[in-house]
Design a protein around this ligand. Sequence first.
Ligand SMILES: NC(=O)c1ccc[n+]([C@@H]2O[C@H](COP(=O)([O-])OP(=O)(O)OC[C@H]3O[C@@H](n4cnc5c(N)ncnc54)[C@H](OP(=O)(O)O)[C@@H]3O)[C@@H](O)[C@H]2O)c1
Length: 276
Amino acid sequence: MMKVSGTALVTGSSRGIGRAVALELARRGFEVVASMRNPDDGESLLAAASDEQLALRVDRLDVTDAANLSMPEGLRVLVNNAGVEDEYLPVEHTSLDLWERMFRTNVFGLVEVTRRAIPTLRANGGGVICNVTSSSLLHPVPFYAAYRASKAAVSALGESLRSELAPFGIRLVEIMPGPIETDMLAGSDRPPEALRYPEYRALAEQSLEGRRSVEGKTTPSAIAAGLIADAILDDDAPLRSGCDPMSRDMLSGWRSMSDQEWLAALTGSGAPGDTV
Ligand SMILES: NC(=O)c1ccc[n+]([C@@H]2O[C@H](COP(=O)([O-])OP(=O)(O)OC[C@H]3O[C@@H](n4cnc5c(N)ncnc54)[C@H](OP(=O)(O)O)[C@@H]3O)[C@@H](O)[C@H]2O)c1
């Protein structure tokens, strides 16, 4: 187990998973910097932390504007949680603007914050970087290409960082959430924008059904945060972990099967386009 000391910085802590992880890491004994675009959004988090007498402060951080970011001195843990989703469109109808928006936050913002955190983590004798990606990486769902590609980029970055930073005692863990009860999940419960295009209508309707099938299988953010904190603190945690029953099952299924077996299990045996 990692010795709990020093500061944990969490991005995107105004709500959702980030807010829950900030609180949980404070409960585990870290001094938490709960960063967010608009610090006014941190009022209820500060009140909750003060009720429990936790060491937590709110700082302003927009990950797309991290050039002047200075790291807290005692940094031991960085949780790269901030993320956005966007319209669910077929690739041929997805503008480069959307791709750029998605990558600006989910990839380049995360890279900039991480790049700036590494020297401080190294100077402090090591620590943990925790990147939040998505279990959708394990599922070839249509119309999520830009989102999934941004998370896949973070996943590949994490693999390189895991080996690059090990000599400094900095451990990289990737969390691949399934459906966690947050604004983002609620927002994704909508007809995909792909429905606008007649040639994609049937697939879009099918994908809406698929999205609705997670009803009753969602996990509260506080539970997810507990499992994320466990992975951060566990020196033997694997590179990738889930933080809810669905993502944990998906990861173990994915680990135990060949690509073909996995896709057949997901899709009920190899629909066209389901091979990788
Ligand atoms: N919920 C799920 O089911 C699920 C599943 C898979 C993966 N994830 C991933 O988990 C992470 C958290 O998602 P969530 O469900 O908690 O989403 P959420 O409720 O939409 O919250 C997203 C958070 O990211 C922040 N954010 C967005 N752009 C930012 C920026 N440029 N700088 C700093 N903060 C920024 C938001 O801040 P504002 O309040 O200022 O907008 C908010 O705090 C994301 O990376 C998401 O992709 C979630």
